[in-house]
Ligand binder design. Structure first.
Ligand code: CA
Length: 228
């Protein structure tokens, strides 16, 4: 039951504080102190979640994230960014991170984000073994693999869950707040822009022409609808 978390952080004091707190929440925490070790462990061992600092020796957190996603690994990744690195947030989303925390942050906040990412979306069990195909798109829920025209499409864990949620509610109009609640586990509407950013990213990866989407449709004033 104990979910395994990989913590990639070079500051020893912070590493110990974070790892103590997460272990007190019942998680099994493993640590890496630089980017190269981070990638090696993330790709080579089974983790349920990665907490990844951006500023790291040997390899930046962004490069670590990119390398992990390139390897086909969809483990949820929370990035720790320095104050004011807003440009970096956008970059991080593009390379497949799932969530962000800006330093300094409250430990409670990190624990809440970890819990939200580890929570399985409702209905996941029902379609777990299913493989869905739409034109050239193939989605293997159990194998958490997506390919387009035979080529693997690297998705972040959040993008995969979003796609999975769409698949489970095909043809239904889903509002941003419903998606936030069900896929992100957030109950406020503060982050609805987050949904739009992830939808844009999914379209970029899955649609033949992301500006004229045929899979994930916008329902004006309402939200989105998956209607292949
Ligand atoms: Ca650092």
């Amino acid at each position: 039951m104990n979910e395994r978390i990989l913590l990639v952080e070079d500051e020893e004091a912070l590493r110990m504080t974070l790892s103590d707190r997460l272990e007190s929440e019942g998680y099994k925490v493993e640590c890496a102190a630089d980017g190269v070790e981070g990638v090696k462990r993330a790709v080579g061992e089974p983790f349920d979640l990665i907490v990844l600092d951006v500023m790291l020796p040997k390899k930046s957190g962004f490069d670590v994230c990119r390398d992990v996603r390139k390897s086909g690994c969809v483990v949820p990744i929370i990035m720790l960014t320095a104050r004011g690195q807003t440009v970096d947030k956008v970059l991080g989303l593009k390379i497949g991170a799932d969530d962000y925390l800006t330093k300094p942050f409250e430990m409670m906040e990190l624990v809440a984000r970890v819990e939200a990412l580890l929570r399985r979306p409702r209905g996941a069990v029902a379609t777990e073994s299913a493989v869905h195909s739409f034109g050239g798109l193939r989605v293997d829920i159990r194998g958490t693999a997506v390919s387009r025209d035979g080529k693997p499409v690297p998705l972040s864990a959040r993008e995969f869950r979003l796609l999975q949620y769409f698949l489970e509610h095909r043809g239904t109009t889903l509002s941003r707040s419903v998606l936030l609640k069900e896929v992100w586990g957030y109950s406020t509407e503060t982050f609805t822009r987050t949904v739009d950013v992830h939808i844009a990213s999914l379209r970029q990866k899955l649609e033949s022409d992301p500006r004229q989407p045929l899979l994930i449709l916008t329902v004006p004033g309402m939200g989105y609808k998956f209607a292949p």
